[in-house]
Design a protein around this ligand. Structure first.
Ligand code: 4NP
Length: 157
């Protein structure tokens, strides 16, 4: 099994969307049984909540379901996951802070490194913005998940 954990701040917008987009991609490629996928947030503010209703409805328009229930990232996630994929630089710093070793640090990847069509350098937080922000996140994640999957499959063979 290849295990991947997607991380953002609240675990209600970007990382649940990344999880849903990645799972949808795995289903389309009949690869789901090869992967263990989850998501988490660096903050505790939304623990127990489903993904934000706005993100769920934008994803549903693309026939993508978001199954996540928000939880906080913990140091033990480094033992359970081979790859931890963060959405922005703040997530990166907060995730690296929980790493116990250099090997742990090498598990942390930035989603924006897999979105060459976009120059943002981060997956932008859509929480306080309008509909276009949610669409942009999903557009970026569709490219990012496709490229991430190609990267992981090459690394794991
Ligand atoms: P996420 O978005 O990190 O993509 O889940 C946010 C969710 C909640 C908040 C900020 C960003 N908040 O401030 O409550």
């Amino acid at each position: 099994m290849i295990s991947v954990l997607f991380v953002c701040l609240g675990n209600i917008c970007r990382s649940p969307a990344a999880e849903g987009v990645f799972l949808d991609l795995l289903d389309k490629k009949s690869l789901r049984e090869k992967f263990h996928i989850d998501s988490a947030g660096t903050s505790a503010h939304h623990i127990g909540e489903r993904a934000d209703q706005r993100m769920r409805s934008h994803a549903a328009k693309r026939s993508i379901e978001l199954p996540s229930i928000s939880r906080k990232l913990v140091a033990e996630d480094f033992d359970k996951f081979s790859y931890i994929v963060v959405m922005d630089e703040s997530n990166y710093r907060n995730t690296i802070r929980l790493a116990q070793s250099e090997d742990d640090k090498h598990k942390v990847l930035k989603m924006a490194d897999f979105t060459p069509s976009y120059s943002q350098g981060e997956i932008p937080d859509p929480y306080y913005g309008g509909a276009s922000g949610f669409e942009l996140v999903l557009d970026m994640l569709e490219e990012g998940c496709e490229k991430l999957l190609t990267y992981l499959m090459k690394k794991e063979v």
